[in-house]
Design a binder for this molecule. Structure first.
Ligand code: 1QQ
Length: 390
């Protein structure tokens, strides 16, 4: 009898921490993106998009009547910052994490969430291998394997005389090295000649060596895989040194926050995008309207993707309630996190500003529609737009 009692006591002690961890109300969703450092050029857009989603879905009643609340943690620009942000969000008892900004950071921080069984929806990680980090890791940002070749094909359609291509990439960044391998593969497939491959660091500001090599190689197309500040300076110096050919930018050149960096010299860069503010979808019209009211500018890709990531988590929470016939806020935290992940990977269709998307069982996004845009700068040389390339 005494043994039975002590066994029961032990069971109670073991069960106690779990019982002490219900999901809070409003339902906390973690956002781990860069709000400081150079990477904040992307992160600022992500916070803006996520904030619009928070207000928008709460106005619809949140999760079947329960509001959501974003808990925002700055990752800054490096791996250590992302690890810290993930750690504090896991401790803050969020039901899921949206982030981090860079693939380079995801490879360091996402494994933490995987071990803690906290679902992660990456809003902007496009390198190969992100959903493969673990069962709890998914993304709504289309991988570069799908997106990058589209802009190259467009450059050739515009100018069929292009033959000699120079490629530049940031060698200290996982996304940039992943993207350049996709570009380089496509260059071979398209029977173009690679006349120069140049490396740089995302922290570089002086690109004299690389630009000199490219001008010497007489490239008629330059393809850049880097982040916003470095790529912006690189474009600027290419033009200042006299490069006149087409420039194709990868996903790192997808931010209007790069415009002030290269100024008027950003004009004409071609980029493939996973989003267009012009897309005629009810949810996109609402998103563009609310975003423009709040920030006095149209949303670009990183804002739309952050909105979509919040939407994915909200719809997963709703589905989890439907499937389990329980309110999320009546669930124990671990149970809720697991139910959200299951719903995310169930193949549910999300009618998002990016179009109709879903996640496969591994957490990879399935998206149908992509765009190629050309950067057009305004006379103020600081603002501009991604204009759909016909
Ligand atoms: C990645 C990217 C960056 C350009 C996102 C901001 O695509 O790191 O995967």
């Amino acid at each position: 009898m005494r043994r039975l009692l002590s066994c029961l006591a032990l069971l109670f002690v073991l069960a106690a921490p779990a019982m002490a961890e219900p999901v809070a109300k409003p339902i906390p969703i973690g956002i781990a993106v860069a709000t400081t450092s150079n990477v904040a050029l992307f992160g600022e857009e992500q916070v803006n998009g996520a904030r619009i989603a928070e207000a928008y879905f709460n106005a619809q009643g949140g999760v079947n009547g329960t509001p959501i609340k974003l808990v925002i943690q700055d990752t800054a620009g490096d791996e250590a910052g992302a690890v810290n942000a993930f750690q504090s969000l896991i401790s803050a008892k969020v039901v899921g994490i949206i982030g981090p900004t860079l693939s380079q950071q995801a490879f360091a921080a996402a494994p933490l969430a995987e071990r803690a069984k906290v679902p992660v929806v990456a809003p902007s990680n496009t390198a190969k291998g992100i959903p493969q980090i673990g069962e709890y890791i998914s993304r709504i940002s289309a991988p570069m394997t799908v997106v990058a070749p589209i802009s190259l094909k467009k450059a050739l359609a515009i100018n069929p005389n292009i033959k000699k291509v120079a490629v530049l990439f940031a060698q200290n960044d996982a996304f940039s090295t992943s993207e350049t391998s996709v570009f380089q593969e496509a260059i071979k497939t398209l029977n173009l000649t690679m006349v120069s491959v140049q490396k740089f660091q995302t922290t570089d500001t002086d690109f004299t060596t690389q630009v000199t090599a490219i001008l010497g190689a007489r490239a008629d197309l330059v393809v850049i895989s880097g982040l916003a500040a470095d790529s912006g300076n690189l474009v600027k110096q290419l033009r200042q040194f006299g490069y006149k050919g087409q420039i194709v930018g990868g996903n790192g050149l997808n931010s209007p926050n790069m415009f002030p960096v290269c100024g008027a010299l950003c004009e004409g860069i071609l980029v493939a995008q996973a989003y267009s503010p012009m897309a005629e979808l009810p949810v996109n019209r609402d998103f563009v309207k609310k975003f423009t009211e709040a920030y006095k500018k149209a949303p670009a890709q990183f804002s739309a993707q952050a909105f979509t990531a919040v939407q994915a988590v909200v719809e997963a929470l709703r589905k989890a309630e439907k499937d389990t016939k329980k309110k999320i806020t009546s669930m124990e935290l671990a149970e809720a996190r697991q139910a959200v992940n299951k719903a995310l990977l169930s193949g549910m269709v999300i009618h998002s500003p990016l179009g109709e998307i879903s996640l496969d069982r591994q957490g990879e996004v399935i998206q149908k529609q992509f765009y190629v845009s050309t950067i057009k700068m305004n006379p103020d040389k600081k603002t501009g737009a991604f204009v759909l390339t016909k």
